[in-house]
Design a protein around this ligand. Structure first.
Ligand code: NI
Length: 178
């Protein structure tokens, strides 16, 4: 397995719609293993392929004891409404309250290539929606009102003015000390 480099806000791949995956094969499974490893090292609850610079329709989630890969994911039902703080591995140190449905039904392929259906609520439902947004080129900041969004983008720009690379290395050491 390989720790992948995170792409940060400003990297164009985060704003693209990731195309569907045609075949679940060993190469894809190895990539999914990398996604899990990178998410864990960065202490995230989810990670989408384009966050490591790869425009493919797959993401991983690890929240509230639910841990799964979702290939070509679709939300087929959603209900309720909940507001909670969100962050994103692609926008480090920026957090904001985001309102979303609090229950979703997900349909996707798993890493074994088999379709599955998952009813989720709470943090898991939030993570699924956040990662699915990534695959459509949407970031959590896009769910905020224009004033809040502008303020957070200005803070982000200020904090990253000395580092315009839009890339961040993830290391196991950093994960243990952060
Ligand atoms: Ni994110």
């Amino acid at each position: 397995m390989t720790l992948r480099t995170l792409h940060l806000l400003g990297s164009p791949v985060l704003r693209q719609r990731s195309p569907e995956i045609a075949a679940v094969d060993d190469e894809l499974r190895a990539f999914i293993a990398d996604l899990f490893e990178t998410m864990d090292a960065a202490r995230g609850v989810g990670l989408a392929a384009n966050q490591v610079g790869v425009a493919r329709r797959v993401a991983v989630v690890s929240a509230d004891g639910n841990r799964f890969a979702m290939i070509n994911p679709v939300i087929v039902e959603s209900s309720g409404r909940d507001t909670a703080e969100e962050g994103c591995l692609s926008i480090p140190d920026i957090f904001a309250d985001v309102t979303r449905p609090d229950r979703v039904v997900l349909e996707a392929l798993g890493a074994d290539g088999q379709p599955f259906r998952l009813e989720a609520e709470g943090l898991t439902a939030r993570a699924i929606q956040h990662e699915l947004d990534h695959l459509d080129g949407i970031l959590f900041l896009d769910h905020l009102g224009p004033i809040k969004r502008k303020m957070l983008l200005a803070r982000w720009k200020k904090e990253h003015r000395d580092d315009p690379s839009y890339l961040k290395q993830v290391t196991p050491e950093a994960a243990q000390t952060e």
